[in-house]
Design a binder for this molecule. Structure first.
Ligand code: C2E
Ligand code: MG
Ligand code: MG
Length: 522
């Protein structure tokens, strides 16, 4: 046998044994591999499950970060994160984005009286109403306990109307477990880009909302840069306000109300101004809330009444028979001696009570508290002329208005500003009809254009007030205006101002053509 063949034979003879060894080895290897694969599979399964769980947890966390678990609305973080993209679309200056910061008034009373469960139910319902706001879908967020924010594509006028709508929606009763809760809302508006850069927008809207709350709530206001005074400045301002009266820095400006038919001046509304020695003229929207918050409004309010009556007496001395109107703050209404004080002041200056108008904002007027009711009853008995200011922003029903001894309704200027919209026109028309049915006169405030004036006259408004006719001005300016007979444009005003307010024959086109300073006198 050749070595080759022997080798081959030997090799052939050893094959089965080798094969058997290989079998065992590969079996072992296979089992090991299988085990390893199984392990790997198990590991992958476990880690997949873990990853899934992690992802779910992460998702939940994200959801918590982006969505408020109670109301399902966006969170503050999510709202702020989205603002970047949303505002970028407005950077070309052609579009406006409005941020409405909404705070529920008296929310704490629900928690206190019926427990946190009831409070939660009210928040859920409030969130639902906000998310369902009619019109272009807003972005709604819950930004703090009882505070919400709405982002809408709107300019200032539209935002103003949307805010009124929000207040109306949130002021409807909340029914929780058979109990009814009545809340109101305060809204602050900041418009991008006019009212601040993106990072400041939410803070600015919140500042405006807080100013509304300080004024008694239930209303809306736009952001004003003066609101941004920081705490130190705020306390400085307060310090200065404490001395403003004695230093003679407070002043009353007067803005006429014009009879829509005769164009005679029927009344002059006293509007407070603060001539600050360093800051210049400060709006009452800034310092009246500050005065209310820090117990100064009683003194300031009395001064307003005294000063307005003194001025009315001077005007009467010159043959001017118009009413003088003062604005009363909610805090004043709560003072028991308010009406006796007004009566005494009127008597001292020889003014009949019916010649003084007390303007009270609608939201305060319809407050059904015992105090408000008593104040109104006293005013009625005293024979004062009561006017419901900023009407249309609150949620007054016909029945509530009927109960009040008011002789005048002032349609809020937001509706006047939006008369181009059919909806606002319908609202104004309804208010006019309702007021007339109740025997009240209707004043439209904030009339700025001739188109608004014509529509309001057509709709039956009795009196008009606004920059179109005259801006608020000092008592001296009114007197000078009246005395100045060299200016053709002002003569018409002078004549009507000093004429008794008797109805004149109706000649609308001619009368309006002769109107002084049709572009905004004063
Ligand atoms: P209000 O009583 O509704 O007064 C009307 C406001 O609208 C005034 O602002 C007036 O200047 C402004 N206005 C008048 N016509 C026009 C117009 O055509 N267009 C525009 N855009 N605005 C017009 P003002 O004087 O800044 O007063 C703001 C608010 O401050 C008043 O609203 C009133 O609620 C409050 N206020 C003013 N004086 C007093 C006061 O003596 N006591 C109290 N408690 N509040 C006051
Ligand atoms: Mg007023
Ligand atoms: Mg008003």
């Amino acid at each position: 046998m050749s070595p080759l063949a022997a080798g081959a034979a030997a090799a052939a003879a050893s094959v089965p044994g080798a094969l058997a060894r290989v079998d065992t080895l590969s079996g072992l290897l296979g089992a090991g591999l299988l085990l390893a694969l199984l392990g790997l599979w198990l590991f992958r399964r476990v880690s997949l499950r873990l990853r899934r769980r992690l992802a779910a947890a992460q998702g939940q966390l994200e959801a918590l970060r982006t969505h408020d678990p109670l109301t399902g609305l966006l969170t503050r973080q999510a709202l702020e994160a989205g603002l970047e993209a949303a505002t970028r679309a407005c950077d070309d200056g052609r579009r406006r984005l409005a941020l409405l910061y909404v705070g529920l008034d008296n929310f704490r009373s629900v928690n206190d009286s019926d427990g946190p469960g009831a409070g939660d139910a009210v928040l859920v319902e409030a969130g639902r109403r906000l998310a369902a706001l009619p019109g272009p879908a807003p972005v709604a967020a819950r930004v703090a306990g009882d505070e919400f924010a709405l982002l809408v594509e709107a300019d200032r006028e539209r935002a103003w109307l949307a805010a009124a709508e929000v207040i109306a929606l949130l002021s409807r009763p909340y029914r929780v477990e058979g109990r009814e809760h009545e809340l109101t809302a305060s809204v602050g508006i900041a418009v991008y880009p006019d009212d601040g850069s993106r990072p400041r927008l939410l803070a600015h809207a919140a500042l405006a909302m807080r100013a509304v709350k300080r004024g008694g709530g239930g209303a809306h206001a736009c952001y004003d840069p003066a609101l941004s005074v920081d705490r130190r400045e705020q306390s400085e301002l307060l310090q200065d306000l404490r001395h403003a009266l004695e230093r003679g820095e407070l002043q009353l400006y007067y803005q006429p109300k014009i009879d829509a038919r005769s164009l005679q001046v029927t009344a002059a509304e006293a509007l407070l101004r603060w001539q600050h020695p360093r800051r210049g003229m400060i709006s009452p929207l800034i310092f009246v809330p500050l005065a209310e918050q820090h117990g100064l409004i009683g003194t300031i309010g009395r001064w307003v009444i005294e000063e307005a009556c003194r001025q009315a007496a001077l005007w009467r001395g010159r043959g001017l028979r118009m009413r003088v109107a003062v604005n009363l703050s909610p805090h004043q209404l709560r003072q028991d001696d308010l009406v006796p004080y007004i009566e005494a002041t009127l008597a001292r200056h020889g003014i009949p009570p019916s010649r003084l108008t007390c303007e009270i904002t609608e939201t305060v007027a319809v407050e059904d508290t015992e105090v408000t009711r008593r104040a109104f009853e006293r005013m009625r008995r005293a024979g004062l002329h009561v006017s419901i200011d900023d009407f249309g922003t609150g949620q007054s029903s016909l029945a509530t208005v009927r109960r009040l001894p008011a002789a005048e309704l002032k349609i809020d200027r937001a509706f006047v500003a939006d008369l181009a919209s059919a909806k606002a026109r319908t609202i104004v028309q309804t208010i006019v009809k309702m007021a007339h049915d109740l025997g009240m006169r209707v004043v439209a405030e904030g009339v700025e254009t001739e188109a608004q004036r014509d529509l309001l006259v057509e709709m039956g408004c009795d009196e008009l007030q606004g920059f179109l006719f005259a801006r608020p001005m000092t008592a001296t300016a009114i007197a000078l205006w009246a005395d100045d007979d060299g200016d053709e444009g002002q003569r018409g005003f002078r004549d009507s101002l000093f004429a008794p307010t008797l109805p004149a024959p109706l000649d609308l086109p001619a009368a309006y053509a002769a109107l002084p300073g049709a572009g905004g006198a004063g």
